[in-house]
Design a protein around this ligand. Structure first.
Ligand code: MGD
Ligand code: MGD
Ligand code: SF4
Ligand code: MO
Length: 647
């Protein structure tokens, strides 16, 4: 038996430290590494299912080529020849930006970015601009602070108040939970702001349940009370711009107006404002749900402004924790940005339309890596149309996903334990390592090798290294030279970024153009798709505890209707009983579902979990809207009205 330290590569806040046990060339057990400073020895349900997934009989083990609608196994030489031939022909006829590279959150491995290097070396391609995930809030924080920083997780122990604003750590950020518990044992209070009664709301000191997509109005109404009652803090005044205009905006958002928009009683808004204005320092943890709306970018900006107003920026135990942008400058540029001669960007939230309408050049080929856009982009019907319209689609994955099904060529990649890699996260400051602990099955190859070999075959520049280890050593060179961080060191456990702040913006020197924090005075706007008589409910399609996006769903057997959670009163109004089949309808389409009556969901809201495969009876994105929100562009999945009827 051998034991290795490794890192969970999933696109998750936590990037857990793992202990991987092998015996006779097989992984026999995975558990949490108790020495990891943040994740401390336990895993979430997905972490414990890695083995089942890695050894699943559904793994793709050979390149597959679709001929006359049937999959034919081919070898790598044939696969590379096919790709080289198609991509060269398309580049010659239309230019390299006729190729779209679509990458996603399948793996946080740094070497996986060699797909982008390949695309740049090809001459530069088209990529989705903005983000399917966090785009609106990201753009908002860049406006306010100039860049994104977070507090170290343990800094929450300095907080007197913790605000989980749309974040549900028990579901998506499990290893933050013990830190929150410890802070509460030390006396910190907890406020949960979430339309749903999440687990933490059960024990919170205050739970506010705004109507989905109205948090901006809540933040402004809280600012109104803080100003009216003189609880504002002046420390940031000299270090900020646009303070007065923000105050003028907030003055218009009385608690009564807040109540009208959010549905939260004015007195409760006052109570929340008094807690936030007096229990200092207070830390806010953003989730991404609240920015998946037409107004999501502004929402995040108003909340940033509220935090600044109350004096919760730049202080231990304070902060507005969204994401951070460290590490990149400590690595050599694996994406090879300099290799591209041209590039083009298409807006992510309307990508299907963008593909269908692209001209000069049109999109002729799509390369999909570590993502499942047919399942994960909004408005599936259109996404399928767009993929259908493209001449040549290649998908690199471990499984025959909804997207892979639509491809011409599918290339089998390795599981993270089958090749070495480095793992970073935008949600904590640690860098982790994954060693190669077992041999890959069949002909599976790591993405790094696939794109290196393909580039070699096509004679593209910029691929001087051949093996993953050579690439890793090169990527790490700046961190090694500056801080002595080596692969050997990383194989002993994750390393914290030496320059990342324990407290974000501690000196109040911001990265904005004038070096100041930017208060937001943009006009408040509501939803693009508020409920109507025909579609009276708002549909949230959130992330599930046991799955990460579409991953792991295929390990569950059987096809069944997806549950839709609604308040028992909403079920009753429609004559629907718990467990009964029903149909959910939105302006995009409909889906067969099963009613699940739940008091956790407020009236006026329907909750479904995103990710289940279309071929397993899922596909919530058949229902979700595709339009460009206020900032990012992010992807406003939850700005979606619906109705549920008997089937
Ligand atoms: N309705 C709705 N839709 C949503 C969201 C929502 O809240 N509601 N959330 C959005 C968010 S936040 C995100 S981040 C996106 C996620 O969207 P995607 O990133 O497209 O999501 P995944 O389903 O995780 O797809 C990852 C794929 O990569 C594969 N994979 C894993 N490891 C590797 C690897 O090393 N190499 C390669 N080549 N492939 C690998 C997996 O098998 C999987 O098929 O979805 C978005 N979609
Ligand atoms: N288990 C698991 N963990 C994950 C993921 C996963 O798929 N599964 N995905 C990872 C990724 S890529 C991401 S982006 C993150 C996402 O992590 P989160 O942001 O924590 O999760 P989401 O599911 O995007 O957001 C949903 C939460 O926002 C709330 N919400 C929805 N609308 C509103 C609103 O208008 N206002 C407020 N205040 N709250 C609202 C929902 O009720 C829900 O609790 O999680 C990461 N971790
Ligand atoms: S998915 Fe997240 S919480 Fe689960 S094991 Fe991986 S890093 Fe840890
Ligand atoms: Mo995400």
């Amino acid at each position: 038996m051998k034991i290795y330290k490794s890192t969970c590569p999933l696109d998750c806040y936590d990037t857990c430290g793992l202990l991987v046990y092998t015996d006779s060339g097989r992984v026999v057990k995975i558990e949490g590494d108790p020495d990891h400073p943040l994740t401390r020895g336990f895993l979430c349900p997905k972490g414990y299912r890695h083995l089942q997934r890695m050894y699943s009989s559904q793994r793709l083990t050979t390149p597959l080529w679709k001929k006359n609608g049937r999959w034919i196994p081919i070898d790598w030489n044939q696969a590379y020849d096919l790709m080289a031939e198609k991509l060269t022909a398309i580049k010659e006829k239309y230019g390299s930006t006729a190729v779209l590279l679509y990458t996603g959150g399948g793996s946080n491995g740094i070497l996986n970015n060699l797909d982008a290097r390949f695309a740049n070396a090809l001459g530069g391609v088209t990529t989705p601009g903005g983000s399917i995930c966090w785009g609106s809030g990201y753009a908002a924080q860049e406006e306010d602070f100039g860049m994104l920083q977070i507090h170290d997780w343990p800094d929450v122990l300095n907080s007197k108040l913790i605000v989980l604003w749309g974040r549900d750590p028990d579901t998506t950020n499990l290893h933050l939970v013990p830190f929150i518990k410890e802070a509460r044992e030390k006396g910190a209070r907890l406020m949960v702001i979430n339309p749903l009664k999440i687990k933490m709301a059960e024990t919170a000191d205050l739970h506010l349940a705004p109507r989905p997509g109205t948090d901006g109005a809540l933040a402004l109404a809280m600012a109104n009370v803080i100003l009216a009652e003189g609880m504002n803090n002046y420390a940031i005044l000299q270090k900020s711009s646009n303070y007065r205009n923000f105050c003028q905006l907030a003055e218009k958002f009385t608690p009564d107006r807040g109540e009208e928009i959010t549905g939260i009683p004015a007195e409760k808004i006052r109570q929340a404002a008094r807690m936030y204005g007096s229990l200092k320092p207070a830390s806010i943890f953003f989730g991404y749900g609240l920015q998946r709306y037409a107004n999501g970018g502004k929402t995040v900006r108003y909340i940033d402004s509220l935090a600044a107003l109350a004096g919760n920026i730049g202080v231990p135990g304070g902060g507005v924790n969204y994401a951070h942008q460290f590490w990149l400058e400590f690595f050599n540029d694996i994406k090879g940005t300099h290799l591209a001669e041209r590039r083009r960007s298409l807006a992510t939230p309307i990508l299907a339309d963008e593909i269908l309408n692209a001209a000069d050049p049109p999109i002729k080929a799509v390369i999909v890596t570590r993502s499942n856009p047919v399942n994960q982009l909004p408005n599936t019907r259109k996404v399928k149309q767009a993929f259908d319209a493209v001449d040549f689609t290649v998908v690199v994955d471990m499984f025959m996903t909804d997207t892979a099904e639509m491809a011409d060529l599918v290339l089998p990649c390795t599981y993270f334990l089958e090749e070495e890699n480095l793992i970073t996260s935008s949600w904590n400051y640690y860098l982790g390592y994954c060693p190669r602990v077992v041999e890959p099955p069949g002909q599976c190859k790591p993405d790094a090798v696939i794109f290196t070999e393909l580039a070699g075959r096509m004679g593209l520049p910029g691929f001087d290294f051949k093996t993953p280890r050579q690439w890793l050593e090169w990527v790490l060179q700046p961190a090694r030279e500056k801080y002595g961080i080596t692969i050997e060191q990383l194989s002993q456990g994750a390393v914290r970024h030496p320059e990342a702040p324990r407290v974000a913006w501690e000196n109040l020197q911001f990265k904005t153009r004038d070096g100041k924090f930017q208060f937001c005075s943009e006009e408040y706007r509501g939803l693009k798709e508020p409920p109507t008589e025909e579609y009276p409910l708002q549909l949230i399609t959130a992330h599930h505890r046991r799955y990460i996006h579409s991953q792991f769903h295929n390990l569950d057997t059987g096809q069944c209707r997806m549950p839709v959670f609604i308040n028992p009163r909403e079920a009753e109004k429609r004559g629907l009983k718990d467990g009964e089949p029903a149909v959910i309808k939105t302006p995009r389409g409909e889906l067969q579902v099963e009613v699940s009556a739940s008091r956790r969901v407020p009236e006026g809201v329907a909750l479904m979990y995103q990710g289940r495969w279309l071929k397993l009876g899922g596909g919530v994105n058949q229902l979700t809207p595709d339009f460009v929100p206020d900032k990012g562009p992010g992807t406003p999945f939850y700005d979606c009205r619906c109705e549920i009827i008997k089937s």
